[in-house]
Design a protein around this ligand. Structure first.
Ligand SMILES: NC(=O)c1ccc[n+]([C@@H]2O[C@H](COP(=O)([O-])OP(=O)(O)OC[C@H]3O[C@@H](n4cnc5c(N)ncnc54)[C@H](OP(=O)(O)O)[C@@H]3O)[C@@H](O)[C@H]2O)c1
Length: 333
């Protein structure tokens, strides 16, 4: 059982590992980063020096064997998540792994089974679920402020003159769907649950990487969701859920907002909810609370949703023809 400061380790030294580690500093009374691993000792040492981390390794397996950590955060590209998470869980070390945790639902189910077998916590770093604004907005939704939700419209498309190479590389799980689309899918899933039917269309480049995707979800009780993602346009990047009494809207960069807007018959109101840092410490705090409570699942980062979304990603990729090396056997449908 974790009684003192939780000892974190970070696997990989890229963009998101840097942001996450920076935010962990906000929990300094509660958390300490004791180890980092990289594919190169030089990068591990540089990262360790930047953040004052005691141990640095050139291989995640050495980090796992070191016995210096309680929980490992995985910030590698998606295809590398599975092996690192599996090795950590088998060693009885808790795991918080970046989204999507794996390339397929089958792999995620396997990790959840390994976690259960070793009585070890496993969670997907779907940070939007632990954002205080989003939690407040969904609390209002579930209290019925707009009535029974009927429609979701959510979008995660952006364009940069030069995209990180990983996003356009099929070997690294490239494409808009796995990187960005998972957020509006999560929003719709949080608002409406698992759909009865999904339809998707997508435009792929010559390497088979999806650049533009549109999805339509239908629910047996009547609601629908319209979801888009892409790497070629500057979209509003917003999300909304609407019902007979009004709507709740999240603004630009809806996955880490500072406020939401409630529109009802009495008018539109902006609701600000205090947040601080980049927003990654909320998921870290949720993991640490679950560890202290002796849980193997973080209540706000449920396993069922991780698998449910990956099943929808499997099916969407099947419909639009996105394949990653080695995943054919795992794709459902
Ligand atoms: N939650 C969020 O807000 C958020 C934002 C961005 C990305 N993400 C997720 O985080 C993951 C990483 O994204 P990122 O933007 O941080 O990527 P990135 O900047 O390219 O960093 C990934 C790091 O993974 C390590 N790595 C291990 N195997 C690799 C390989 N075969 N090729 C390349 N790098 C490899 C590298 O670190 P070493 O050189 O130290 O080994 C690399 O720096 C993705 O799964 C992505 O979906 C989440």
């Amino acid at each position: 059982m974790v009684v003192d400061r939780v000892r974190w380790a970070v696997v990989a030294t890229g963009n998101i590992s840097t942001s996450f580690t920076r935010d962990l500093k906000l929990l300094a009374d509660d958390a300490v980063v004791t180890a980092v691993s990289s594919r190169s000792q030089q990068n591990a040492d540089r990262f360790a020096a930047e953040f004052g981390i005691e141990h640095s390794y050139d291989d995640y397996r050495r980090l796992i064997e070191s016995g210096t950590v309680d929980v490992i955060y995985i910030g590698t590209p998606h295809p590398q998540h599975y092996a690192v998470a599996r090795a950590a869980l088998q060693a009885g070390i808790a795991v918080l792994c970046e989204k999507p945790v794996t390339l397929t639902a089958k792999q995620a189910q396997d990790l959840i089974a390994v976690a259960a077998e070793h009585n070890t916590l496993f969670a997907e770093a779907m940070w939007m679920r632990t954002n205080p604004v989003i939690q407040a907005m969904f609390a209002e939704l579930h209290n019925g402020v707009i009535g029974e939700p009927q429609q979701v419209v959510a979008d995660f498309a952006f364009h940069k003159p030069s995209l990180p190479a990983r996003l356009l590389d099929p070997a690294l799980g490239g494409g808009s769907l796995m990187d960005g689309g998972i957020y509006p899918m999560t929003f719709a899933y949080m608002a409406l649950g698992r759909p009865a039917e999904i339809k998707a269309v997508g435009s792929l480049n010559d390497d088979g990487v999806d650049l533009n995707v549109a999805m339509a979800w239908r629910y047996d009780s009547g609601p629908v969701a319209a979801i888009t993602c892409g790497l070629r346009s500057q979209n509003p990047w917003t999300a909304s859920v609407s019902g007979p009494e009004g709507s709740l809207q999240l603004p630009h960069r809806f996955h880490h907002p500072e406020y939401y807007v409630r529109s009802t018959a009495s008018g539109a109101e902006r609701i600000d909810v205090p947040t601080h840092g980049l927003g990654y410490h909320y998921e870290a705090a949720a993991v640490m609370q679950a560890l202290r409570d002796g849980l193997v699942e973080v209540p706000s980062l449920p396993h069922a949703a991780t698998v449910g979304i990956l099943e929808l990603l499997d099916e969407t990729r099947r419909q639009i023809g996105v394949r990653y090396p080695g995943d054919d056997d795992d794709l459902s449908g």
